[in-house]
Design a protein around this ligand. Structure first.
Ligand SMILES: [Zn+2]
Length: 368
């Protein structure tokens, strides 16, 4: 699951991969210790207050298991040559940040499955470990650890984003439909359904009377699933629209205007040419700037005859000039590299084709 990790603490590195822990982890470690102690007291009544130590040991072991789950994702990704930026442990588990340049469904499937597979293996190992030991703290911890890893493994395999199983479902749909965005949308929808189910489950399991702890926990998990799934859905939809994002289609026609023309006169020229965008040109008719619409709108009507249009334009730097044919991902990357409200669009002969207005691109991405 993905979370903002801006406030996380650095723990160190594993195989060169930075490992961080979110401060929320400490709160949940305390909650687990307090919530788990009654169970310890029931099975190991002789311990007394020592039960809290055992409960805390369980919290630490549980998170160590989660950490190994993330390491499994990270090392599998790296084995495929995918750079791993880091592992973050947070209150509901962990998150491994992998750069997925030129991904393939097969590779995504294996990297996603590596985490739950390790959790299930750990669970089996912990369960096998209970056989030689008997009736003490170690057996109790191993048994609980086996159960916890089984839950972590199975829960993460549920086919719903942002869980690992959701990434696996996404990869499968992608593989069979040939459409990555379709995979994202199907798995994200499934994530939203799971979020609702998680809210209902405590009521079903308890015959309509769940305790406060179960309700709060279910609400928290449901919220995280819902927000992760909804974010994935938005990304999937946006990416599905990328191929339609084309400079040629989105550019507005523009009129050339000399830099020393007053704003009021420039606006008249635009009106006569029936265009909404203006490009400032020099005496040789070469473009030198794009007029910033917001800057013009900010000039009071009565001031416009006294301000030159050149003062309301942004001088052309290389990043502000886009060529016809730039589209999709490439266009977004170019815009991100040089953020602006307007870009000049030129054809293959460096002639002015029009102006690309950033808000038009945003609208095209947000269109239903
Ligand atoms: Zn995972």
């Amino acid at each position: 699951m993905a979370f903002g990790d801006s406030q996380s603490l650095k723990l160190g590195r594993v195989a060169g991969i930075p490992v961080r822990v979110s401060p929320t982890w400490f709160i949940v470690a305390a909650v687990i210790t307090i919530g788990f102690e009654p169970l310890v007291a029931r099975y190991l009544p002789d311990l007394g207050t020592g039960g809290y130590v055992v409960a805390f040991a369980f919290a630490v072991l549980l998170y160590f298991s989660v950490f190994l789950h993330e390491v499994s994702h990270a090392l599998t990704a790296r084995a495929f040559g995918l750079p791993v930026r880091g592992i973050t442990l947070h209150f509901l588990g962990g998150y491994t940040e992998i750069e997925r340049e030129s991904p393939t469904p097969g590779r995504d499937l294996v990297v996603s499955a590596a985490g739950p597979a390790l959790s299930l293996l750990l669970g089996a190992a912990a369960y096998a470990g209970t056989v030689p030991v008997t009736g003490d703290v170690v057996e109790f911890l191993l048994y609980e650890l086996a159960a916890a890893n089984l839950v972590v493994g199975v829960f993460n395999l549920l086919p719903a984003l942002p869980l690992d199983g959701g990434h696996m479902l996404r990869a499968v749909v992608w593989r069979f439909s040939g459409d990555e965005n379709r995979g994202t949308i199907v798995a994200a929808r499934s994530g939203q359904v799971l979020a609702v189910l998680v809210l209902i489950v405590p009521f079903v399991l308890t015959g309509g009377d769940p305790g406060v702890f179960a309700l709060v926990w279910a609400a928290l998990v449901a919220m995280l699933l819902w927000s992760g799934a909804t974010r994935a859905l938005a990304v999937g939809r946006m990416r599905a629209r990328l191929p339609g994002l084309d400079v040629q289609r989105l550019a507005r026609p523009a009129a050339p205007v000399a830099h020393d023309v007053p704003v009021s006169e420039a606006l008249n020229q635009a009106r006569r040419a029936k265009v909404t965008s203006l490009v400032v040109v020099d005496s040789a008719n070469r473009p030198t700037g794009v007029v910033n619409e917001a800057a013009i709108a900010a000039i009071p009507e009565e001031r416009r005859p006294w301000v030159n249009i050149g003062q309301s334009s942004r001088s052309l730097e290389p990043g502000l000039v886009l060529r016809l044919g730039v589209a999709g991902d490439e266009l977004l990357r170019a815009m991100r590299a040089t953020p602006a409200t307007e870009y000049l669009v030129v054809d293959e002969h460096e002639r002015v084709y029009g102006v690309l207005v950033t808000s038009d691109v945003d609208a095209a991405l947000a269109a239903k």
